[in-house]
Design a protein around this ligand. Structure first.
Ligand SMILES: C[S@@+](CC[C@H](N)C(=O)[O-])C[C@H]1O[C@@H](n2cnc3c(N)ncnc32)[C@H](O)[C@@H]1O
Ligand code: SF4
Length: 417
């Protein structure tokens, strides 16, 4: 598996040079001239820990959460005050963990952000179903949140049990969501669970729209090596059939595919913290992607706070891109939106996409992975499956290894991927 991603990396970057992440950081982050900049804030606290979850999280304690939010606000000012005036950004997303455990302080965080940034495309937050109460939704709406992403995983008891989850009661969700409306209400599901059928998945999607969602995200189950999950992975053929069936169902029932994993019932509904050209991340484990670098913050809450107390950036690892490496990052995350517009690529890099990756584009069309219309490439059903399939390798070879290391060491020396 590691071999496949390594060969692909060498081919696409036209180099044997690995992605080299080093224990170094820039105190000044060069984001002032980045267009299409998105923001992300990580809040790593949960009431209980789910066995399948790979994200950076820890058990909630009021005291630790409060110290963490104080540090988070200081990190925002540390980065934000590097530029004069206010920078226009696309969106702001809160992820976790369970960020609503700090619901009462979300406004304070947004206010800190708005001292340095002007948000033009709304503010999203990830929620656990237990957070969906009229009181919490009111607090979030008052704070300026416009998009919700609710981690349902499955409405069905048998799968909730398999995942060790409870708390997705349809009637109470529906009641709370109808009392406090939001522009986007997205619900997350995990698919390719043991013995899961198209009927199961279709029932979940129907239930989501019935409960008040206007957007769904369907994530294929990924078995991270460092989680305690004992769920077996579904076979390739079965997974493909399931993905094709649910994709067709969503499209036939009037949804549009807004990204590889997401379907929108209403045009204005969108929730994606990933498809941005550049982003700045704040908090533990938050990643930042700029023109020439990728950096990721420490996963340790205590080390994070300590760094911020010293007025230092909490970066654990930094990757300085070669131009081709940056192009691959760009294309990988842009393809996530299921379309690549060569004009955007050229505007970003100053070279035509065809000149850099003409052969790959021809191959993608020949193999039936992509179609070209009016100069824009869009992914076919087959392309979407193989993107999923490859993404699984990528996740296990890159993200799994990096997060696995960062969970063990707050500031590792270096990492080669
Ligand atoms: C940060 S998590 C969830 C937010 C919230 N804390 C919750 O539990 O509902 C974001 C989403 O990632 C997805 N996810 C988590 N672990 C996964 C795994 N092992 N494979 C695939 N998707 C996963 C889930 O759908 C989850 O809702
Ligand atoms: S799935 Fe959500 S609640 Fe469960 S551990 Fe992960 S972030 Fe926390």
């Amino acid at each position: 598996m590691h071999m496949i991603t390594e060969l692909t990396r060498m081919w696409l970057t036209r180099s044997t040079k690995p992605f080299l992440f080093k224990k170094e950081y820039d105190q000044e982050l060069p984001f002032s001239d980045c267009d299409g900049l998105g923001l992300y804030v990580h809040i790593p606290f949960c009431r209980s820990i789910c066995s399948f979850c790979p994200y950076c999280k820890t058990l909630y304690s009021e005291e630790a959460c409060s110290r963490y939010i104080d540090a988070l606000i200081r990190e925002i000012h540390l980065a934000g005050s590097q530029i004069p005036g206010k920078k226009i950004v696309t969106s702001l997303y809160f992820g976790g963990g369970t960020p609503a455990l700090a619901a009462d302080r979300i406004k304070e965080i947004i206010d800190a952000i708005q001292e340095h940034f002007i948000i033009t495309q709304g503010i999203g937050i990830e929620l656990h179903p237990e957070n969906i109460t009229p009181r919490t939704l009111h607090i979030l709406k008052e704070a300026g949140i416009t998009k919700l992403s609710i981690g349902i995983q499955s409405f069905q008891e048998k799968f909730q049990k398999l995942l060790g989850r409870t708390g997705a009661d349809m009637d109470s969700l529906k009641a709370a969501l109808s009392q406090v409306p939001f522009e986007t209400v997205s619900m997350d599901f995990i698919f390719a669970l043991p013995s899961q059928t198209f009927g199961d998945l279709k029932a979940d999607v129907d239930a989501a729209f019935e409960a008040g969602a206007n957007h769904v995200a369907l994530y294929p189950f990924i078995d991270f090596t460092f989680t305690d999950s004992v769920l077996p992975s579904m076979g390739k053929k079965e997974k493909r059939r399931l993905l094709d069936q649910i994709t067709r169902y969503c499209l036939e029932t009037g949804c549009t595919r807004s990204s590889i994993w997401t379907f929108a019932r209403e045009k204005h509904a969108s929730y994606s913290s990933m498809t941005r050209d550049n982003f700045l991340g704040f908090g533990c484990s938050a990643a930042t992607l700029l023109r020439d670098q990728f950096k990721i913050n420490t996963f340790s809450v205590e080390e994070y706070i300590r760094r911020i107390d010293q007025k230092k950036m909490p970066t654990a690892l930094t990757l300085r891109f070669t131009p081709r490496q940056r192009m691959i990052y760009y294309l990988f995350w842009t393809a996530y939106s299921t379309r690549v517009d060569p004009r955007d690529f050229e505007a970003f890099f100053g070279v035509p996409l065809k000149k850099m990756y003409g052969l790959e584009l021809r191959l993608a069309r020949l193999l039936g992975f992509a179609e070209e219309k009016d100069g824009v490439y869009s992914m076919t059903l087959k392309g979407a499956f193989y993107y999923h399939y490859y993404e699984n390798f990528y996740t296990l070879s890159y993200i799994d290894r990096m997060w696995g290391l960062l969970r063990k060491e707050a500031f590792p020396e270096q990492m080669e991927l």
